[in-house]
Design a protein around this ligand. Structure first.
Ligand code: J5X
Ligand code: AKG
Ligand code: FE2
Length: 345
């Protein structure tokens, strides 16, 4: 069985695309991290907003949650959930363990650097090669168990980190399944399609810990450059510090308000394809701040990488060609935002 990390093996990166700068050791924003002035800044004029002023915040315990989730997927491709059943203490524990990791000195973190052709470990975001400038960001990617890396970082105190990440991945898997059941049910797909998206044995997932250190001049740089997520569904904990922005057509960049304890859920490329573009896939980015070190935790869920992705058979006129998931991921790692248009039917 091919795993998600093998699917990412085909496009090796160079050191400067993988190794984050040592944020502890610098005073200003170096040339490498100074982005040309963006022409599209955050749109502060909320009244010009063509759509409702906020990404919907949905109470999962409410009877109308199903309808609201269906509407949010069609309108935005994104919503926030509260009352989702994931224990708040676990969420806080994941945040504090992540802080513990990123607080390590740079030379320690580099001991678990992601390999040039690898998917897991410490490093810059995978989107780095597509931009001339570097991001104000460092990440740690986990696929399954993280015990090998954790043992290198903390030979004696790795257990707490691993137990927390394992428990969190388990909770994320349950929540993803619940949400996908609802989302696919609103689409009205076949049981086979359900199985493909939610298959319990060989579905693939990744946990991404993101760190955005405080920045001396935040308007000059960017935390995470504009991108769409590649897999089916992403569940993000952005803690209580805002920074995530979405690109709204005809409006500009719009902040996704941080709500402590809530998760931001968004459609990825594969769900966009499967829904035959009925669900949009949102381009998003992350901005950094002067005063607060921001940590976010994203869980990505995908189908088996050997399986085929295509618009659901319920659509008479498929807008996309069908292809193996791993081929789509490979196209994405080579052509980035062009990948979706390359598979148009
Ligand atoms: C399972 C995944 C999903 C990945 C790649 C791989 C592991 C890490 C994920 C992220 C996390 C950061 C943003 C992103 C865009 C990136 O650069 O790495 C994501 C990417 C994707 O959704 O494409
Ligand atoms: O940090 C955030 O709020 C978003 C992170 C993100 O977009 C990602 O990990 O794909
Ligand atoms: Fe993302």
């Amino acid at each position: 069985m091919t795993t998600l990390s093998e699917a990412y093996r085909n496009v090796p990166l160079t050191d400067d695309q993988i190794i984050p700068i040592d944020f502890e050791s610098i005073d200003g924003v170096p040339e490498s991290h100074s982005w040309p002035q963006f022409n599209e800044h955050l749109n502060k004029n909320q009244t010009l907003d063509p759509k409702d002023s906020m990404i919907p915040v949905i109470n999962l315990a409410c009877p109308d949650a199903r309808t609201l989730i269906g509407q949010a997927c069609e309108t935005w491709g994104m919503f926030q959930v509260i009352n989702h059943g994931v224990p708040f203490e676990l969420v806080k524990k994941v945040e504090s363990e992540s802080e513990r990791l990123f607080a390590l000195p740079a030379h320690e973190k580099r001991k678990v650097l992601r390999a040039a052709d690898g998917a897991t470990g410490y490093g810059s975001a995978r989107v780095s090669p597509f931009f001339d400038k570097s991001m104000w960001h460092e990440g740690f990617t986990i696929m399954g168990s993280c015990v090998d890396d954790a043992k290198v970082l903390w030979p004696h105190e790795y257990q707490g980190f691993c137990d927390t990440m394992d428990a969190y991945q388990h909770q994320m898997k349950l929540l993803t399944h619940n949400l996908l059941l609802i989302i696919l049910d609103t689409l009205g797909v076949t049981p086979e399609d359900m199985n493909w998206a939610i298959s319990t044995d060989d579905s693939q997932s990744a946990l991404q810990l993101n760190s955005y250190p405080t920045c001396p001049n935040p308007s000059e740089t960017i935390g995470l450059a504009p991108h769409t997520d590649s897999l089916l569904l992403t569940i993000l904990n952005q803690s209580d510090i805002s920074g995530l922005e979405i690109l709204v057509e005809g409006f500009g960049w719009k902040q996704v308000q941080a709500i402590e304890g809530a998760f931001v859920v968004n459609v990825g490329d594969l769900l966009h394809i499967f829904s035959n573009a009925k669900f949009p896939v949102l381009t998003h980015r992350v901005m950094v701040t002067h005063s607060r070190h921001r940590i976010s935790v994203a869980y990505f869920h995908g189908p088996p990488v050997e399986s085929i992705v295509a618009p659901s058979s319920k659509f008479q006129k498929p807008l996309f060609k069908s292809l193996p998931v791993k081929e789509y991921l490979s196209l994405k790692s080579k052509h980035f935002s062009e990948a979706l248009s390359m598979i148009q039917a």
